[in-house]
Design a protein around this ligand. Structure first.
Ligand code: 6PG
Length: 250
């Protein structure tokens, strides 16, 4: 296991004992951020993460007591990325969120903004999604849409959302969403771009397990795509477990 050489992750790091406790900490934080945004402007724009790690958090949010803490009718749901597959496909990030969270809370369907990963033309799917973001979200620093909360995962190779090492999507500056290519299937993706992640008010990575060690090393060294997530006028947090945290001291 390669450690991060004792370096620090950028932003605030919240270490919990195990993946279950990480899910609890991240869910509580998300609910606090959402309550603040709803209190301040009557709505909250949240971008959900894909991958497997957020599943525990989505389950917690879908059940009492946490479900009863949210004013769900004020939530606008977005996605950090999507895989090229239909929305009812097991691999779909929308499918995960729908099954574990969205089907169990009263968010009006019109407030769930899905990336249409089933379309042949993913460039058109990306530009339609970007247009929705630009239309519905307030403007943030740099002129990008300002999401209140962005949840992100961390791949073992340092990718986040579908921003993969070496992919041209990393350099997209003039669009809020773009087609992208992963290095494992489904290869074709659509992802938010760095300018949107930089414009968000609250960004949190949720990452657990010692297998994230090499990715942490890439973030600490500044070489991983995830290292390029730097809010211009917002907070960056890491919700990690002790097994993942131990790799930072290697
Ligand atoms: C996806 C992602 C991706 C994911 C990481 C971590 O669509 O695959 O959004 O960035 O969050 O690969 O995935 P795990 O949570 O499964 O480790």
């Amino acid at each position: 296991m390669s450690g991060a050489g004792g370096g620090a992750l950028p932003g605030r790091v919240v270490v919990s004992a195990d993946p279950g406790a990480v899910a609890e900490a991240a869910a509580g934080w998300l609910l606090d951020c959402a309550a603040d945004a709803v209190g301040a402007r009557g709505a909250v724009d949240v971008a959900l993460a894909g991958g497997s790690t957020p599943a525990a958090m989505y389950r917690l949010l879908a059940q009492p007591p946490r479900r009863d803490r949210a004013r769900w009718e004020r939530w606008q749901i977005w996605f950090g990325d999507e895989r090229a597959c239909p929305p009812d496909d097991e691999r779909s990030n929308f499918h995960l969120a729908q099954n574990l969270l969205l089907a169990h809370v009263p968010i009006p369907a019109a407030q769930v903004h899905r990336i249409e990963g089933e379309r042949q033309d993913l460039a058109a799917a990306a530009s339609d999604y970007a247009a929705q973001l630009a239309r519905d979200c307030p403007r943030g620093p740099g002129g990008a849409p300002r999401l209140d909360v962005v949840l992100l995962g961390l791949g073992t190779n340092g990718h986040t959302a579908s921003l993969f090492p070496g992919d041209p999507s990393l350099e997209v500056a003039g669009a809020w969403a773009t087609p992208a290519r992963a290095d494992y299937p489904p290869y074709e993706r659509v992802t938010l771009t760095f300018p949107v992640l930089a414009a968000a008010a609250h960004v949190a990575f949720v990452a657990t397990g010692a297998e994230k060690g090499p990715a942490f090393a890439g973030v600490v060294a500044g070489t991983a795509p995830a290292a390029r997530v730097r809010p211009l006028d917002g907070e960056l947090r890491w919700f990690i477990d002790e097994a993942a945290a131990a790799t930072l001291h290697g």
